[in-house]
Write a protein that binds this ligand. Structure first.
Ligand code: 5AD
Ligand code: SF4
Length: 435
């Protein structure tokens, strides 16, 4: 038997890239590759890149500079760039970085097996098409190998919203939903391999239209799979939160009480300039309806500070929205100019002003996150155990609200959902005892 070839894949950015990386590993499995966790043992290295904010390409070039040293030692090493930087700047990367053997975009990585063969013949391979065929049709069924109790599953890709700051509609393309039959089959395979929690992924996941009854219809069918205990989904756009999905949060026990619903800004003027197509008031009313359906739901969001034209008052409006909504989790970013997006044409705000605003906004969000986490102390929550902790005898899992929870427990709780009483709240996690 020939030695398996070793593949090291480094993933940047969002959860969909994590999912894509898994599928790339599976795709190259057929060419005799197994995944390794270090670049210096590898026969092939793939960088699965993210283009959402500035310096994405610079990061890739500096990583390629480091990898060149490995290739100097091992000339047979193959290096590839995948993901959204490959999609947006693949041809320039090929021209600027001779060390790169392969460029593959997020919609064409099912062609990796043929591309790898071409690379082994000494060719350089580039594929950044948006092909007619569905990559998921070509990719193998996901293997039944044992795996952790949680998994991502892409159900929808791309975006038609064209927020003025965002590259996603250009790098991932137009909105496409996978047919529900394929998703249900993939979910059943995952559950048969030990998965207990599935997070449905899409750049605009709640715009999913592969089921007559939208994402809620898909969630209800997934909930019928025995052995699947938890369902989550991310990322949602406020304008696609329909009644059925809100209702599912009230009535579907397997759907977890956590929702990532980015608003980006609390200023009507900025929301309009961002092309978000809703007002702050629309968002407030929506949150009221969602909390009406599921009062304990933990809400998460994304915020951008320093969008072109943002005044002190606009920024105050964002802080005010955050105070009113009260987030249990949130991600916040300085506005970053993305070439080719409409906002890139507008005058930029000074960097130090953006830094100050980001700091103030993050202080407020951190305070809310801590309060939400501290509020769990004394409560009984359900935890799905995922792995052993650093301390002997300790196991780690996630609560329904996605808080990390550490518990002294036997290793066989892995993969089980157990009731835990929360006894302490530390910086980024909770400590509890099995009930
Ligand atoms: N600058 C800063 N943040 C951005 N995001 C997307 N594009 C940009 C940009 N140009 C943020 C948004 C989005 C999250 C995934 O990344 O908040 O919801
Ligand atoms: Fe980007 Fe807006 Fe689409 Fe989200 S909804 S992916 S922020 S364009």
């Amino acid at each position: 038997m020939t030695e398996p070839k070793k593949l090291f894949i480094k993933t940047y950015g969002c959860q969909m890239n994590v999912y894509d990386s898994e599928r790339m590993v599976e795709a190259l499995g057929g060419n005799g590759y197994t995944q390794v966790d270090s670049a210096d043992k590898a026969d092939m290295i793939l960088l699965n890149t993210c283009h959402i904010r500035e310096k994405a390409a610079e990061k890739v070039y500096s990583e390629l500079g480091r990898l060149k040293e490995l290739k100097d030692v091992n000339p047979d090493l193959k290096i590839g760039v995948a993901g959204c930087v490959a999609q947006a700047e693949g041809k320039e990367i090929m021209a600027r970085a001779p060390v790169v053997d392969l460029i593959v975009g997020p919609q064409s990585y099912h062609r990796l097996p043929q591309m790898e063969k071409a690379v082994q013949r000494g060719e350089r391979a580039v594929d950044t098409d948006f092909p007619e065929e569905d990559k998921f049709d070509t990719l193998n069924k996901r293997p039944r190998a044992t795996r952790g109790p949680t998994a991502f599953l892409t159900v929808q890709e791309g975006c038609d919203k064209f927020c003025a700051f965002c590259v996603v509609p250009y790098t991932r393309g137009a909105e496409v939903s996978r047919p529900k039959e394929r998703i249900l089959r993939e979910a059943a395979d995952l559950v048969a391999a030990g998965v207990r929690e599935i997070t449905l992924l899409g750049q605009n996941v709640n715009a999913y239209h592969g089921h007559d009854e939208g994402l809620a219809g898909l969630i209800w069918e997934l909930a019928d799979i025995d052995g699947l205990e938890r369902i989550r989904f991310t990322t949602s756009h406020p304008n696609d939160m329909d009644d059925e999905l809100i209702n599912a949060h009230a009535t579907c026990e397997k759907l977890m009480p956590y929702l990532h619903l980015p608003v980006q800004s609390g200023s009507d003027k900025i929301l309009k300039a961002m092309n978000r197509k809703h007002t702050r008031d629309d968002y407030f009313r929506l949150i009221d309806r969602i909390r009406g359906a599921r009062p304990d739901l933990l809400l998460s969001g994304d915020f951008i500070v320093g969008f072109p034209g943002e005044t002190d008052q606009d920024f105050e409006d964002t802080l005010d929205l955050i105070r009113q909504v009260n987030y249990g989790q949130a991600y916040s970013f300085k506005y970053s100019t993305r070439p080719g997006t409409p906002a890139a044409e507008k005058p930029q705000l000074p960097d130090d002003l953006m830094d100050d605003r980001l700091q103030e906004l993050q202080a407020l969000l951190t305070q809310q996150q801590r309060a939400a986490q501290d509020g769990m102390v004394g409560r009984e929550v359900k935890v799905l155990f995922e792995k052993a902790g650093r301390m002997p005898g300790q196991m780690i899992g996630k609560s329904d609200y996605l808080h990390a929870v550490y518990v002294e427990a036997p290793t066989d709780v892995k993969g089980q959902v157990r009731t835990v009483r929360i006894v302490e709240s530390s910086r980024n996690s909770l400590g509890g005892v099995l009930v």
